[in-house]
Write a protein that binds this ligand. Structure first.
Ligand code: ZN
Length: 260
């Protein structure tokens, strides 16, 4: 039921506004816009501090006829959909199979796939670095507060994910970088590392989660560094489908904005 979940979230974050980047922690620490220039007018934010409206719970609603038959609601599913319409349930969920990879934590299967992708990149002379992986609900609350305090709610919500709404909390997503710089900045897209990974990630089970100019569906501006694991079979199908984003591939509606 949405009400208890929302109540708990409101209690945990009382006195704060929302906003965490989809790639929040590292970016925030680097004082980076993280997936969206704050100067750009993108997906609009919800009302500041409004915690008294009862949100819909799309994850629990009946699936549309076009939706895939995969499990998009269970937080431990490789097919879980997390965006501005679909928070994790429970909001403070955390994986129980996290392992270390390059100084961050990822779910074990994801770490194994990432290792294979990084090795394949290295064979091409490309040195991928791991910047951020799993981020906990509690950690994101703190990061979110920093964003709101620095930029205000509206811009924070544009570039950020609220606690419980970040793909990083699934342990399935991570941000890559390169030794050449431009990490977590728009210019990263021009690096050989970003271009190779975008072209080859499906072979290892990943998708570029926030593609260029898909923010009206994904809710986030282009993040050339953020990759999400969905498994090799799904990733290959995604590639073959030429879908423009994961929402449309799985038959979900656009999620530009929060619903509350
Ligand atoms: Zn990210």
């Amino acid at each position: 039921m949405p009400a208890p979940r929302f109540t708990r979230r409101a209690a945990l974050t009382a006195g704060t506004a929302w906003a965490l980047t989809a790639c929040s922690a590292q970016e925030a620490e680097k004082d980076d816009a993280a997936g969206g220039s704050p100067s750009a007018s993108g997906p609009s934010a919800s009302e500041s501090g409004s915690v008294d409206t009862s949100p819909a719970s799309p994850a629990e609603s009946a699936p549309s006829s076009s939706r895939s038959n995969l499990d998009h609601a269970s937080p431990d599913s490789l097919s879980v959909l997390v965006n501005k319409h679909y928070p994790l349930s429970p909001l403070d969920w955390a994986p129980n199979d996290l392992v270390d990879f390059g100084g961050v934590q990822l779910r074990a299967e994801v770490a194994q796939a990432a290792e294979q992708m990084f090795s394949a990149a290295a064979q091409q002379g490309l040195a991928l670095t791991m910047l951020s992986g799993f981020r906990s609900y509690d950690y994101q609350i703190q990061t979110y507060d920093n964003w709101v305090n620095t930029y205000g709610q509206e811009q924070a919500d544009t570039a950020s994910a609220r606690p419980g709404y970040s793909e990083h909390q699934t342990g399935l997503a991570f941000d890559i970088g390169s030794a050449g710089g431009c990490n977590l900045q728009p210019c990263f897209a021009e690096t050989p590392e970003a271009q190779w990974t975008a072209e080859n990630c499906h072979k290892f089970g990943f998708v570029l989660r926030f593609p260029y100019w898909q923010h009206e569906t994904t809710g986030y501006y282009f993040e050339s560094w953020h990759f999400r694991y969905i498994g090799r079979e799904q990733a290959q199908k995604y590639k073959d489908s030429a879908a423009e984003n994961l929402e449309s591939f799985w038959g979900f509606e656009a999620a530009a904005d929060y619903q509350n």
